[in-house]
Design a protein around this ligand. Sequence first.
Ligand code: G4P
Length: 532
Amino acid sequence: MKNIAEIEKRKTFAIISHPDAGKTTLTEKLLLFGGAIQTAGAVKNNKIKKTATSDFMEIEKQRGISVATSVMAFEYLGKQINILDTPGHKDFAEDTYRTLTAVDSVILIIDSASGVEAQTKALMEVCRMRNTPVIIFINKMDREGRDSFDLLDELEDILKIKVRPLSWPIGIGATFQGVYNIYDKDLNLFAANKTKISEDIVSIEDLNSSELEDTIGEGPANELREELELVDGVYDEFDREAYLRGEVAPVFFGSAINNFGVKELLETFLEISPSPQGRESNEGFVAPEAKNFSGFVFKIHANLDPNHRDRIAFLRIVSGKFERNKFYNHARLEKKLKFANPTSFMAQDKSIIDEAFPGDVIGLYDTGSFKIGDTITEGTSFSFKGIPSFSPEIFMELENKDPMKSKQLEKGIQQLTDEGVAQLFIQQPGNRKIVGTVGQLQFEVIKYRLENEYGAKCEFQPKRYYKACWMTTNNQEQLDQFIRAKSIYIAKDKDDNFVFLAETPFLLQMAQSDYPDIQFHFTSDFKVEQEN
Ligand code: G4P
């Protein structure tokens, strides 16, 4: 069947890292391999181009961070590779977490000198929640970094995942000579080369042969043999099934900027990483091979062109075949929709597509029909679960600074929160708007966008809340009583669910012990979880 062949052809993944570990550089090198770009620097140039055409991106330029998530697709060795890019800045962590629901595996980059950093840990926790298979790339081996065994220990200790090196560095920094590919048993010698992808590969079947000395010198040859022996002694054989279950992470070493170790990473990735996987829905598990098309929206990108207020919804296809101009169900709106101009993201071009398959991400032009997490189906209507919405960490009350523009403010904040820029909670009396985010930067983004896109002016007043807690209970009377008693800390989320805005961990604990029949949740998707 055509669909099965198409599914097996695809690999959909994200590259994640703490800022500056080399995500942009590695992405660019992968695109070079795929022939999607011809020269290095194109990804960064594209960033700059986007900045110039979008007001929203002005903030990105000012901050020098990548705010937007984008998709890059290319073909390599007969596979279609879909890379979902994620913003590196921690204030946009929730955006990254949502993107991780749309991939089947990740490549995690570590800077060999810095080791595990704060964002690395947070991202790994999200991968662990869904058992996402992870490959680790230890980058910047051309610089003086840490001892490789120490780094591997640190990965296991802090990231709480077993590791298994599949390549091994010969020296580091000034003495860095190359990488031995444990998986393919060949030696790749280092020649710094920032723009081309030629590599000098020597196949060494027998590590004890004098060929190794002839190639890298006596000292390094002996050291490599000893280290490889240690690797085999310390780490279990690579077990692909354990990797696919998210229990063990294969590790590669290299230098992205020098194009070194990238080919080993890419080719092994293509061999071992999972093809598109199914997803859980409120009607049970949906396999990619299912006949009917289904998919979910994990990202909404606004204002690509500041002259039009159009948005683009990013839809991950889970099952079946998507076809242009065919009517599909929009589960939440209980509406039929068809899409005349769905786009694919091959390299940097956006072109209209007629069909797409599981694992693909397509862009749908949106005039306000979509929210993050929306499901589109063919045949019966159902909803995918598990687009996590975490409790925000910073809360501010939105104040209107231009009474003549109340309507614009209302519409603007509604649309921005539909896009997932922030979460909106409404408090009574007076319809007060509490905006919750993961980071401070989003408030600047919201203020800027409300002014530039909607002509509305606002200020934010800090609120000292610790968490927003969604509630469930089997004792409705107790919940009603709680809501009455704590009315000044109660608000409604965008779907009209009550939330308790707890000021401190202590006050939350008090509420838990005073109202034992109420369960308090830090995520908003508990309902779907409970239904299953
Ligand atoms: P990010 O997207 O994860 O934030 O990282 P990015 O790729 O932008 O890389 C961060 C910095 O690390 C860049 O330097 C980049 O050139 C450098 N880098 C990436 N890979 C390697 C590597 O293998 N070895 C070494 N030595 N450096 C590497 P920059 O000075 O911040 O930017 P640029 O002026 O080079 O563009």
